[in-house]
Ligand binder design. Sequence first.
Ligand SMILES: NC(=O)c1ccc[n+]([C@@H]2O[C@H](COP(=O)([O-])OP(=O)(O)OC[C@H]3O[C@@H](n4cnc5c(N)ncnc54)[C@H](O)[C@@H]3O)[C@@H](O)[C@H]2O)c1
Length: 340
Amino acid sequence: MNGSLRMGVVGLGMQGIGHLENIRAHPKAELTAICDINKELLEERAAAFDVAHCFADYHDLVACNEVDAVVIVLPDHLHREAAVAALQAGRHLLLEKPMALTVADAEAIAAAAEVSAGKFMLNLSNRWMPSFAAGKSRLESGALGIPRYIFSRMTNRIDVPTEKLPWLQNSHPAHWIGVHRLDIARWYVGREITRVRALHREGVMKERGFNTVDFYQATLEFEGGAVMSLEGSWILPTSYPSLVDSKFYCLCDKGVIDLDRFRSELSIAGPESFDLVTPLAGNVLGQPTGFTVDALRHFVDCCLDDRQPIVTAADGVALTKALCTIVASAERDGEVMKIR
Ligand SMILES: NC(=O)c1ccc[n+]([C@@H]2O[C@H](COP(=O)([O-])OP(=O)(O)OC[C@H]3O[C@@H](n4cnc5c(N)ncnc54)[C@H](O)[C@@H]3O)[C@@H](O)[C@H]2O)c1
């Protein structure tokens, strides 16, 4: 492996700051540039992370000679133009999930990745959670047989969409959070999704003035016959002890993989609160640690070693097709739809 990777980050919000911290902690990465349209935030992050090049326009960041790789951490609906600009400039690109909110946008990013001199990785960092990685290697050993039925729930507390991310009205809980578990399911099954039927319902979010659904439930069929039930919401009460609730169950011919967030968490009860603290990613004695760091390490290693990251643009396009079909089927009140 040669040298270090000079990295620029576009979008310095809730998720962007995690990338800044992870890059700063990585021995083979160097944070050389940042970009955000919010000038106050840009100045704040520049001072906190001691960054040489600061831009309000991502075109300037991708053109900067001090940047080998770009991390795009913009709101879900703004990924296409910035991703294509970075790839056309020949930069390596780590793009936050979801790849895009339309198939046309995802395909445009994949087409730019195909001809770019830069590597592309979609940041589906949950593949680096030890539990999901262990499930994958057990499946690959053949010990469990073939996945036949997968159930997955991934939900947020209501303060996530209503207080942290007003732009989520442009997205959908399937794109925003369901993408992680859909990716794990597709990775486990190793086949494409062919048919989808989904329902969603409105109410709580609309009453609060947010033009979005409360929850969805989708039934998906894979090539070869595996079936998945995927559900998600973002209306859990603020009393819920964690920002995220998740469950994942993969029934195979010869075994089962079963992951329950409540069985894998540290709980801390204070005088007025009860929190589940994730042991999967965080800060240990001043150092970022866990699956988000490991996903970044994989990207940096692939760029420096001239290898293809394991989450590809083709994965992103396939997932976008399935997620858009979930939304379309739900909008048609559960019509069964094929994925082409
Ligand atoms: N991998 C994960 O588990 C995970 C977790 C959270 C968020 N995300 C993804 O990360 C992305 C960002 O989410 P977030 O939570 O950080 O959102 P956020 O709203 O907190 O941050 C987005 C930032 O982008 C900036 N921005 C908006 N338009 C811009 C433009 N044209 N040029 C430059 N900056 C611009 C905003 O000012 C803001 O600071 C989303 O795609 C989200 O789905 C991924």
